[in-house]
Every structure is written in structure tokens, then in C-alpha cells.
Design a protein around this ligand. Sequence first.
Ligand code: NAP
Length: 303
Amino acid sequence: MEQVLLGFNLAVLGGDLRNVYLIEELEEQGAFLKVLGLPVSCKPRVLLCNSLAEAVFNVDAVILPMPGVNNQGKLFAPLSEESYYLTPEIKKSLKEGVLFIVGFANHYLKQLAADLGVELVEIAEMDHVAIYNSIPSAEGAIQMAMEMVPITIHGSNAFVLGFGRTGQTLARMLAGIGAQVYVVARKPRDLARIYEQRFVPVSFKELDAKISQADIVFNTVPSLVLPADLLKKLKKDVVVIDLASNPGGVDFEAAKSLGIQAVLAPGLPGKVAPKTAGKLLAKVLPDLIVKHRKMRGWRDSDD
Ligand code: NAP
């Protein structure tokens, strides 16, 4: 493997199992890694740290978990018994020009990055990252559906709400295993493409009349698209899997009172295919890190 990260010091803070695989990949690409809150062993180029200050000290980039931190700055570190908080205190450990990389940044993290004067890059919304991520996400959603419904996906009526990066992958995979796929979108352009790809196009206006045909519903729209009045039209044994970011697009309270199985399914790549998800991240991050250094070099030489 090409050692594109030779000479780079990186911190990997928390995250799920996909970060364990990501570390292996980044190490193979030549990076020196300082790790916090993950079950990895020390190696010549992997140093397990005990504190945030130690982990971020003098690194070129800080790789945060995809969900970042909560509103109190607590790092998402489900594989660690310790809790770690990202606070302005870390400033004294940071190298000039350090890059912070995260999936999604909440207000806390954006404010912290501004206060620290560091560049923060959010990768989850980058098209190529979202498209790569849609593969394990769609497989994971289908796996959940298979476990929850008493019928085969083959021959079922599967509704996919949203025809973005995740919805497109999901629709294609469902069709590949024999489902009759209905895709719900709002743009005429998307409805035309859905038709062209031989799925059944459904506009949100038509959903009210069509949704009673669904055996399984997958939502990828991060807005309330399945309110109580639509849930009432569903068959009683339908399963609703909501992939959209928290709080999802389903009125879960209403679903519960109607006796409909509806689940929010966050973080599927890290849960169902951490190795693939880690490798996919390792395709994307080195380029960002190397480009950041080049940009800094140019900026510094201009000063
Ligand atoms: P995307 O490419 O932006 O697609 C979003 C889709 O939702 C588009 O078709 C968009 O249509 C539609 N949409 C947005 N707001 C709408 C509204 N108010 N009414 C109707 N349609 C609306 O996003 P993505 O990458 O597919 O991701 C979708 C969601 O899944 C995000 O919340 C993402 O965080 C989440 N996600 C979760 C997992 C997981 O593991 N659970 C994995 C990957 C992604 P328009 O083009 O018309 O706006």
C-alpha cells in the first residue's frame, strides 16, 4: 500500500469499531497514530493514550468519531469505559494549523473549533463519503428488515422514502433481491429517474393513497414525513425502519400507540460492517489530510 501518510501524526479519538479498522488502514498508509478510547494495542506506530491532552499533543490532524461530541462536549466513545470531554483546555496541546475531522459537527463542536481557531471538516455530508456509506447502511437496513418481518423481501412491497444517496442505493439493493420497490420523492426530476430505473414512483402527495400497500417502509428523509395520519393508513403488521438522522422522520409515539413496529436505526455502517466502513473512511481521510498540509504550506509561504 502506498505510504501517503508517512510523516503525519494523527489522533484518533473514540468512535465505534469502524475506527479500530480505520487505525489499521491509516497505519498501513504510514501514519503515526495516537489513540484514545478504543480497544487497540500499542504498536511501533500506534500509541494508546490515557488523556485527551496526550492524544492531541502536536498532531497534524484529529480524527473525531462520526457523531462527534454531545452538547456537553462528551466524546462519542461507546467502546471505552471512560468519558472524555473536548474543552477549550486542549488548546495548549494543539499544534498550529491542526485539522479536525468529524462526521457531523453539532453547535458545541463548531463553537469549540472557532474558539480554538482550528479548521473543522465535516465529512458525512460530502457526496463521495455519503455514497460509500450508503452501501453498508442499505445492507444494514435490509438485514434489520429481514429479521423483523415474517415474509421474504422477495415479492414484498418495499417503500423507500427519499431518493438521495442512501435512498438510491437502498432502492437498487431491494430490487436486486426481488422486492417491488416504491420510491417516494418530491422533485419531478427524481420521480422521472425513479420511473426510468423501473421502480414505482410515488410523490409525497400520493403517499396517503398508496402507503396501505406497503409491507416494509424505509425512511431516509430527515424531516417528519410519516406523521400519525399516514401511519394510520399502514397495514398493522408493517415494519418501518427509519435511517434518517435523529430524530428521524417518523412519529414514533403515534406508531407505538397504533401498535406499528417502527425503529430508528442510527449508525448502521459502524454496527453491521465496521471493517468495510473503516476501509471506506480510510479511502477518504488521507486525501483530506494531505491536501490540508499542502494548503497550509502554500498559505505559510505566502505570509
Ligand atoms: P440525501 O442524499 O440528502 O437525501 C435525502 C433525501 O431526502 C432526498 O431525496 C431529499 O429530497 C429528501 N428530503 C429532504 N427533506 C425532505 C422533505 N422535507 N420532504 C421530502 N423529502 C425530503 O441524504 P442521504 O445521504 O441519503 O442521507 C439521508 C439521511 O440518512 C440523513 O439524515 C443521513 O444522516 C442518514 N443516514 C443514516 C445512516 C444510518 O446508519 N442510519 C446512514 C447514512 C445516512 P430533495 O432532494 O427533494 O431535498
